[in-house]
Write a protein that binds this ligand. Structure first.
Ligand code: NAD
Length: 732
């Protein structure tokens, strides 16, 4: 019955050591649900009742992860009216932990698996933390990355443990997830053991060796906060600059968590533990009811988790693991693709027209490895193993036995058809055939394969540059692509430790199509006389990683003109009467002026020896700055709305079919501001700051406002209006 159910098992051994085992019987992972809260409270009361017979306490876990953390499902549904309940619940979670911390016998945390957020906060109440030394296990307080703060005592204890400066910079604000070695170095854990079997014995050994260690430093007499309190001279000089530093680091973008964390830490450092803890709960409550935090939780927790566990993968196809991959073209992309495949343990055949090109492509992996070795992140031996898996060649016959092919030759359909024809006689008959094209429709490329029976195996695998760093891969399903090929491609992307999104074939797919609208909007504003510096600053303060004109220089204006031309021709062919975006005229003017971007050493910015200088002085002659300037919110919103409205069209056309794919694809692929939760969440989680109205209708009202001021391209389509009226959102 539920009365006897517990999420915290209690066992006392012959030595008087109690092991509290976190093991929620109702779920596969431990979370801070009501059962946990009640169970932990009961367990702690029992410790106090039996304290004379107890010598120490081990906190252990029976699940794969030590403890998964807070109950995020509950958090995203909490409204402003729920604030008192949220606060009460946070206080409740902490009460038992505080009682455990003050228990007059030592407590040790035996961490067998990931302890992030709420999980790590439990261990902070102990006097000693032991972790299994498995690099896959991460510990730390990543709340900031979800728009939250560690409100289970994490801020209060971290500040007391490390001092304000270290706690903020190294543990709290970045939300760093530490592997075992880094955790030990930082004092995030105190001891490592090699295997799971050694964990609980090591915990008990520590208790036996430290029977007096019952108090955490901050509860012991004579405690002084490391680095001083905010009133001490050392910190008093530094703290006032901190908010400005933080702003600079975030490029002025509005993130909900960092300011709250900073405030909770600094205010909490000036008062006693229990007051600090209440201050922390209050800031946490404010974040939980904040829409910005909910948007981030949606993308960085729910969407990411769904995608990584296969939500966009066709069901019923057996799991696939590629063994040997042929990479065609050893240029910038091919070299990077070869590296990530070899890193994931695949045999790689890297083919180019000449062996010298292929070898140069392989040297790219060597370069990455040498850097990693010099930083102590890779051993010579592992590096050599990785390099030994890459075979450079110019001979198609070397692709014998490949079960996967990824093509990355020049962007030319005839050439792509030719290289596939060359290798098809050699690779496995059922090999998955992928193209890394960034602009050519997949269905058309598939038709270039002469043997029609192979076309269902053909699929787009769109990587981003630089391949070794960018986390996203856009999978493009062509008209003839089979479910089996799609499922295999999905597994391959996860195998190389990247995040897949799945889209249907269309011009520009999802990511390239949508980013084009943001870039065009930036340029259109220039033509209207908006000051270039304002445009640049508005982009980064919206949360985009790079200013839009700078980005345009990187993307190259010649390429944009080429894409605009192809779009124009396609529109004429299809009788599509869309008016051309005003940004395209700016591209053409810049090209006439010989300013195509970084590659040509001249664009919106000047470049000296490949290094970006200041904004080109001649820009003001081409596009004079108007006397009257628009509000910065409008500049920001024009870019955000341009991308969001185009995202809505990709849903309408069936190019993208999942909000998670749009959110993750826009954030990880094309730098849509992370603080929005992604391009779909930006619409459905849109908050009108003036009225407090939240949702698609509020988004449409603002879009109409922009349309009045800046043109009909900001008018939503009837399809999106109907979706809003129906009260539904995009498919998950
Ligand atoms: P690149 O010019 O750096 O490399 C192309 C390579 O293909 C060259 O090394 C060339 O020698 C080789 N090649 C040409 N003919 C060949 C043949 N018959 N057999 C084997 N190799 C041959 O180009 P890139 O930037 O790596 O782009 C490659 C593909 O990836 C293109 O389709 C491009 O659109 C796409 N892409 C590029 C980016 C990017 O940011 N550059 C991003 C996504 C996708």
């Amino acid at each position: 019955s539920t009365d006897t159910q517990t999420a915290v098992r209690y066992d006392r051994d012959a030595d008087g050591i109690v092991t509290l085992t976190l093991d929620d019987p109702t779920a596969s992972a431990n979370t801070m649900n009501e059962l946990y809260i009640a169970s932990m409270a009961d367990a702690v009361e029992r410790l106090y009742a039996e304290q004379d017979d107890i010598t120490g306490v081990v906190i252990a876990s029976a699940k794969k992860t030590f403890f998964a953390g807070g109950n995020l499902k509950g958090m995203v549904t909490a409204t402003k009216d729920d604030a008192p309940d949220v606060f009460a619940m946070a206080e409740n979670v902490k009460k038992a932990l505080r009682r455990l911390e003050l228990f007059p016998k030592p407590v040790v945390a035996a961490i067998n698996g990931a302890a992030l957020g709420g999980g790590y906060e439990i261990t902070l109440a102990a006097q000693h933390r032991i972790l299994v030394n498995d690099p896959k296990i991460k510990v730390g307080l990543p709340e900031a990355t979800l728009g939250l703060l560690p409100g289970g005592g994490g801020v209060t204890r971290a500040v007391r443990k490390w001092g304000l400066q270290t706690a903020l910079m190294d543990v709290l604000l970045q939300g760093t997830q530490f592997g075992p070695e880094a955790a030990l170095k930082k004092g995030v854990v105190d001891e490592l053991v090699a295997t799971q079997d050694e964990l609980v014995p090591a915990a008990k050994a520590w208790l036996k060796a430290n029977p007096e260690a019952a108090l955490n430093p901050w509860d012991a007499p004579g405690y002084k906060m490391p680095g001083g309190t905010p009133k001490s001279p050392a910190l008093a000089g530094f703290l006032p600059a901190f908010p400005a530093l933080l702003r600079k680091q975030l490029k002025g973008a509005d993130y909900p968590a960092p300011r709250a964390i900073l405030a909770a830490a600094v205010e909490g450092a000036q008062v006693d533990f229990d007051t600090a803890s209440r201050i922390e709960s209050r800031y946490l409550t404010n974040l939980i009811i904040n829409q910005g935090s909910k948007n981030m939780i949606q993308a960085f927790f729910f969407d990411l988790q769904a995608i990584n566990s296969g939500s966009l993968r066709p069901q019923g196809v057996a799991p696939y693991k590629a063994a040997k991959v042929g990479v065609l073209g050893a240029g910038m992309m091919g070299a990077g693709i070869a590296y990530v495949c070899a890193r994931a343990g695949m045999e790689v055949v890297l083919k180019d027209v000449a062996i010298e090109n292929a070898e140069k492509g392989k040297a790219y992996s060597q370069g990455i490895n040498e850097k990693a070795i010099s930083r102590g992140k890779l051993t010579e031996e592992k590096s050599q193993e990785l390099l030994d898996r890459i075979k450079p060649t110019a001979d198609p016959a070397d692709l014998a036995g490949c079960d996967l092919v990824i093509e990355a030759v020049f962007e030319d359909p005839a050439l792509k058809a030719k290289v596939f024809a060359e290798i098809l006689p050699h690779v496995n008959p059922d090999a998955l055939l992928c193209s890394n094209t960034s602009t050519l429709p997949i269905t058309g490329l598939a038709e270039g394969i002469e043997d029609a029976s192979k076309r269902p195996n053909f699929i787009g695998l769109h990587f981003f540059s630089p391949v070794d760093k960018m986390p996203l891969v856009e999978i493009i399903s062509g008209q003839e692509t089979s479910d089996e090929a799609l499922a295999k491609a999905y597994d391959v992307v996860l195998q190389i430790r990247k995040t897949p999104i799945v889209v249907n074939d269309s011009r520009g797919f999802y990511t390239s199509r949508v980013i084009g609208f943001m870039v065009n909007e930036g340029m259109a504003m220039l033509a209207e006389g908006v000051a270039p510096y304002s445009i640049e600053r508005a982009t980064t303060s919206a949360g985009y990683p790079a200013p839009v004109l700078q980005l345009s220089d990187e993307l190259n204006l010649e390429l944009m003109a080429k894409i605009a031309k192809a779009t124009r021709e396609a529109n004429e062919r299809d009788g599509n009467l869309d008016t051309e975006h005003p940004g395209i005229a700016v591209v053409e003017k810049m090209l006439e002026a010989g300013r195509a971007g970084r590659l040509r050493g001249a664009g919106f910015y000047d470049y000296v020896d490949g290094k970006r200088g200041s904004i080109w002085a001649g820009l003001a002659d081409l596009f004079p700055v108007a006397e009257e300037q628009p509000p910065i919110e409008d500049i920001r919103d024009r870019m955000l709305f341009a991308e969001a409205l185009e995202t809505a069209k990709t849903f309408e056309e069936g190019v993208i079919t999942s909000a998670a794919a749009a959110n993750i694809g826009s954030i990880m692929g094309i730098g849509f501001p992370p603080n929005t939760g992604g391009a779909a969440q930006f619409m459905t989680g849109y908050e009108n700051k003036a009225t407090g109205e939240i949702g698609l209708n509020a988004f449409l009202a603002r879009a109409d406002e922009l349309a009045e001021k800046y043109g009909d391209r900001f008018r939503a389509t009837p399809w999106l209006r109907e979706l809003a009226a129906s009260g539904k959102g995009f498919p998950a």
